[in-house]
Design a protein around this ligand. Structure first.
Ligand code: ADP
Length: 218
């Protein structure tokens, strides 16, 4: 399956993507994670992306689209993928549509995760992520690790992302409404959008998502 996940920052896209990708046996491709990996490795791409990310703005399309396409061209993504954080504006969506079409492929679904704005700010401000694996996500109040600052799953160090401050979150939400939400209409016109609520337990949301994708059997 070829799936795009959309939803505001803090909707739980990364958390859900990890479970869904496993259940559906497709790679989880997160442009945010790809940028963060480039930043920690000190690559030119990482240097180009960092200031935009820290300000809560989108990294320019010239950088982003090439990076996303390169990742989708890897052998593990031949049979499908779950995109998380891409496309993030209409021109990225158009670039994705064209590149899939050129390969005789198409998307199967766009899964839209809905969550109220005040919940988003609470989730993100308390979010802590493992340095070893960004799918190991905790929250200081909602899902606190047993030992402060230490990942329950692998013992890695937990940290707060530089763009997870309240001020940057507000900016990321503005960018989401202005630039990313329009892709939902773009894909509604193609009949691809399924919307689910992202409130409730992680396992409940995953179940809802699998049902919405018609894959509750997987
Ligand atoms: P979240 O969805 O929680 O905001 P991500 O990890 O997906 O977090 O993205 C973090 C940041 O990375 C974004 O605010 C943006 O600066 C950059 N980014 C990620 N994906 C894209 C994209 N497709 N286009 C432009 N910038 C992106």
């Amino acid at each position: 399956m070829r799936i795009v996940l959309v939803g505001p920052p803090g909707a739980g896209k990364g958390t859900q993507a990890a479970y869904l990708a496993k259940n559906l046996s497709i790679p989880h491709i997160s442009t945010g994670d790809l940028f963060r990996a480039n930043i920690s490795q000190g690559t030119e791409l990482g240097k180009a992306a960092k200031a935009f990310m820290d300000a809560g703005n989108l990294v320019p399309d010239e950088v982003t689209i090439g990076m996303a396409k390169d990742r989708m061209a890897q052998p593990d993504a031949e049979g499908g993928f779950l995109l998380d954080g891409f496309p993030r504006n209409v021109s990225q969506a158009e670039a994705l549509d064209e590149s899939l079409k050129a390969d005789g492929q198409k998307l199967d679904a766009v899964l839209d995760l809905e969550v109220p704005e005040d919940e988003v700010v609470k989730r993100i401000a308390g979010r802590r992520i493992c340095r070893n694996d960004s799918s190991h996500v905790f929250h200081v109040a909602y899902s606190a690790p047993k030992q402060e600052g230490v990942c329950d799953t692998c013992g890695g160090e937990l940290y707060q992302r530089g763009d997870d401050t309240e001020e940057t979150v507000r900016r990321r939400l503005e960018v989401y409404h202005a630039e990313t939400e329009p892709i939902i209409d773009h894909y509604k016109a193609q009949g691809l959008v399924v919307t689910i609520s992202a409130l409730g337990k992680v396992t409940e949301v995953t179940k809802r998502a699998m049902e919405a994708l018609g894959r509750s059997d997987a």
